[in-house]
Write a protein that binds this ligand. Structure first.
Ligand code: H2U
Ligand code: ZN
Length: 351
């Protein structure tokens, strides 16, 4: 890396069409901020109070069955409803615009064991989660009213997850939301001007430079992207140009399970904690178009900066100006690469 990149500069995110300010020298400054509580691991395999543990009654009165691998259900407190009416107001002013947004929200339990996380699950069990995500994308995407399927996981109390039980969510919407819409436009524009795929070209560049690679297997590449906003943000991209989960071959589904395990394990090992993050897949909208421009990828957005308790705040300039980061993506990748590949709780023989 060039010396000049140790000075403040900005980098461009071509996928989102957004700049990020990089200020590498700033991590030396004294820290006087808030200290969060550590989110450790639980060794409770079944919690009678947990609404996602097998056999328990959920808040709305429905019973979670005694499931043995994955379990999917309609969110009892769904943010979207399949039959919301058109918002109608007589003589609505142009500046007070509203649109109907129909949709569905699902919850996916990854495993019956309350104490597990993706990082600590067997790759074979994560593969079952990959299969469930694929079926949800297939069936929700096939509904003509819904044009986008957002699969995600909020991990850890720091990210607002309501429950430590291993689970994720799936929301499907009538409109393509802003983030995947911006990516759709960038991918389409790049394809039109270059005749190739932005993420295929980017993955080739990353493979050549090597410095931002965190993990890799036959099907996927995980990097701290050139334009990462969060300190240890990663982009997990398919090596083949595939539009969605539906295009994966069997071996690629296994590879996705493997790369998720690799990345989450490295995260946990960094500060020897259950590393919080929001993770999710971006893939082709389900609006009936071919979307040849689309390239399946996952984003991991973790908030931690310096330790299990010191997080990055996106406030001040970030809220009013634009995103800013302190350590370079290259340093973040180097640190994630330097930790052992095996989970620290396994190495310590802990639960
Ligand atoms: P989070 O931990 O990411 O908040 O996801 C848990 C979801 O589970 C949340 O969206 C739902 C919440 O609405 N939920 C139920 O559907 N039933 C319950 O009994 C409690 C929580
Ligand atoms: Zn549980």
């Amino acid at each position: 890396m060039s010396e000049s990149l140790q000075f403040p500069h900005r980098r461009f995110n071509p996928l989102r069409g957004q700049w990020v300010l990089v200020s590498p020298h700033r991590t030396d400054r004294p820290w006087q901020g808030e200290v969060n509580k550590t989110s450790g691991f639980s060794d409770v395999h079944y919690d009678p109070q947990c609404y996602l543990c097998p056999g328990n009654t959920r808040a709305g009165g429905k019973v979670t069955p005694v499931y043995t691998s994955v379990y999917v259900f309609d969110n009892d407190y769904a943010a979207l409803l399949p039959d919301s009416p058109e918002p109608h107001r007589e003589n609505a002013p142009e500046l007070l615009r509203a649109e109907r947004e129909r949709g569905r929200c699902r919850v996916l339990c990854f495993h019956p064991d309350h104490s597990l996380t993706l990082a600590r699950m067997q790759v074979g069990d994560i593969r079952k989660v990959v299969d469930a995500w694929t079926e949800e994308y297939r069936t929700l995407g096939a509904e003509p009213d819904f044009r986008y399927v957002q699969i995600f996981e909020n991990r850890g109390a720091m990210m607002g997850a309501s429950n430590p039980h291993p689970h994720g969510q799936i929301w499907t919407t009538e409109h393509v939301p802003d983030e995947p819409q911006a990516e759709t436009e960038s991918l389409a524009a790049y394809r039109a001007s270059h005749g190739s795929c932005l993420l295929c070209d980017y993955a080739r560049l990353e493979a050549r430079e090597g410095v931002r690679i965190v993990a890799e297997n036959d099907g996927f590449l995980a990097v701290v992207p050139w334009w990462a906003v969060w300190p240890f943000e990663t982009l997990v991209t398919a090596k083949r140009h595939v539009r969605s989960l539906l295009d994966f071959e069997e071996r690629e589904r296994d590879a996705l399970a493997d790369i998720l395990k690799q990345v989450t394990t490295r995260y946990d090992n960094l500060f020897e904690t259950s590393f919080p993050y929001t993770m999710g897949f971006h893939q082709a909208p389900t609006d009936g178009e071919a979307h040849e421009e689309w390239h399946f990828h996952a984003h991991f957005y973790p908030p931690l900066l310096r330790s299990a308790t010191v997080r990055k705040y996106m406030v001040g300039f970030e809220m009013l100006g634009g995103p800013q980061r302190d350590i370079t993506p290259e340093t973040a990748a180097e640190r994630l690469k330097a930790v052992p590949a095996r989970h620290f709780t396994e190495r310590q023989g802990k639960a």
